[in-house]
Design a protein around this ligand. Structure first.
Ligand SMILES: [Zn+2]
Length: 472
């Protein structure tokens, strides 16, 4: 008799919530984990039966900072690297209304689960006509943005995101009034800080003032891309100080030293002086010149004619990434999917971030234990987002699971011009989303769309919070 939809047998189950690393069988039914046991489960009792002997059975990875945002191809790349839940609407870039966007995910299905922030710097500003990125919004526009943000949160958005570097004119008033809306419900404010490079540590200080002034829980976004250009120690000391003072601050970082964003954005207003770089330090990642090395002519032409093209900027220092990882409040995020890359284009983070964490920083360099690395990409982001049924393997949790080979796991994607940005990794063998296989022996299961929207209801923040988002 079939009692289960899927059974994963004999793997090393890792549950960072309970500090558990042990061999067990995991069984799921109707999208939910129903048993974690050492009792043998006969194959005939399950529709799908996976032998995971010698493999790691981890909660599916939760990517707290990405730009997949409903784009199918990027979601497939994410599934292939073990991500079962992607959080979008970051850096101030989101669709609107959030409720309709999430309804469509549920109606059509999606390879993985999708949660959203509502984005200030592009979307809310555009909605209220604050389109000059170098000018502050008016009082009226701020009031309207607060109403729209409130609507998005009530429709299930997980927080409000800012991309302050993209809208340098954003006033403090604008930030604080919006952050108060998120604070009211204990929902996250995710901040792509106002400046990177030399200005990064100071911009982190501004971000921390948001939580000091409003109480909103703060997520400092993609740390390596803001201060991993020689300022990592200074940037981290700003965050350390906030955490030590007990402020509600966490952060995430990618594992690559070259960031990717739109060539027409304000980030490149004073390129290349800002970084002491050259035009040739840019590679084109998406659009009609994908794969090309930049030069002065192409840079100005793209800024004019194809501002949405994504470029990769080689201005960071790879040796600073382990410093970011050394902080217990640091989640690992991909920033993947930016610019909705076509197959064969994009940034290696789109396909390689999570395997790279386990191959390079756990197996090869021993910077993190396996349990701690799993925690940073499962329990920690789940708790931070208030997703109580995710990031854990225990009865009652959502059946979002990744099975990988700790000896073989390895990213294979590389920067455009150096390799293929979206080549899938080795060693991610099975990925289960809501109890359904989406990756089987390392390959996408065509047509599998068990992913659902991830929403969180509004409830007014009270102390102690009923579903604390505090990770510590
Ligand atoms: Zn960003």
């Amino acid at each position: 008799m079939r009692m289960y939809d899927i059974v994963i047998r004999g793997g090393t189950v890792i549950d960072p919530e309970g500090g558990l690393v042990t061999v067990a069988n995991v069984a799921a039914r109707d999208g939910v984990i129903v048993r974690v046991t050492r009792e043998e489960i006969p194959p005939c009792e399950s529709a799908e039966f996976i032998d995971a002997t010698g493999k790691v059975v981890s909660p599916g990875f939760i990517d707290i900072h990405a730009h997949v945002d409903g784009y199918e191809y990027s979601a497939r790349c994410m599934a292939l690297q073990g991500v079962t839940t992607t959080i979008g609407g970051n850096c101030g870039i989101s669709p609107f209304p959030i409720g309709a966007f999430l309804d469509e995910i549920d109606a059509k299905g999606f390879p993985i689960n999708q949660g959203m922030f509502v984005g200030h710097s592009f979307m809310l500003r555009e909605k209220v006509g604050a389109v000059n990125r170098y000018a502050p919004a008016t009082r009226d526009q701020i009031a309207q943005m607060c109403d729209l943000a409130e609507q998005a949160l009530s429709e299930g958005a997980l927080g409000i995101s800012f991309g302050l570097e993209y809208s340098p004119g954003t006033s403090w008033e604008e930030i604080v009034r919006l952050a108060r809306v998120a604070a009211r419900y204990g929902k996250l404010v995710a901040v792509h800080a106002r400046a990177d490079g030399w200005g990064g540590p100071g911009a982190f200080r501004e971000a921390i003032r948001i939580t000091e002034e409003t109480g909103a829980p703060l997520q400092v976004s993609h740390v390596a891309y803001m201060v991993g250009m020689g300022m990592m120690a200074e940037g981290l000391s700003v965050l350390d100080d906030a955490v030590e003072r007990g402020l509600d601050v966490t952060a995430d970082s990618g594992l690559y030293h070259a960031f990717a964003t739109f060539v027409g954005s304000a980030v490149f207003d004073d390129w290349p002086q800002k970084y002491g770089a050259s035009f040739e330090d840019l590679t084109i990642a998406t659009g009609s010149h994908a794969g090309a090395r930049c030069d002065r002519d192409l840079f100005y032409r793209l800024r004019e004619e194809e501002p949405e093209a994504v470029v990769v900027a080689f201005v960071g220092r790879e040796d600073e990434i382990p410093q970011a990882l050394s902080r217990p409040y640091m989640m690992v995020s991909s920033d993947g999917g930016v610019g909705s890359p076509k197959p064969g284009t994009g940034h290696p983070q789109d396909a390689g971030t999570f395997p790279k964490l386990f191959s390079r920083y756990v197996r090869e360099e021993g910077r993190l234990t396996l349990l701690e690395a799993v925690r940073r990409v499962t329990a920690l982001p789940a708790k931070r987002l208030g997703l109580v049924t995710k990031g854990t393997i225990r009865p009652g949790a959502d059946a979002d699971i990744v099975v990988f080979d700790p000896k073989r796991i390895k990213d294979r994607s590389d920067y455009p011009g150096f390799g293929v940005p979206d080549v899938p990794p080795d060693g991610i063998e099975y990925v289960v989303v809501n109890g359904v296989l989406v990756v089987d022996r390392g390959h996408i299961v065509e047509g599998a769309r068990p992913g659902r929207s991830v929403r969180r209801q509004n409830s007014i923040w009270e102390y102690p919070p009923d579903d604390s988002t505090r990770p510590f």
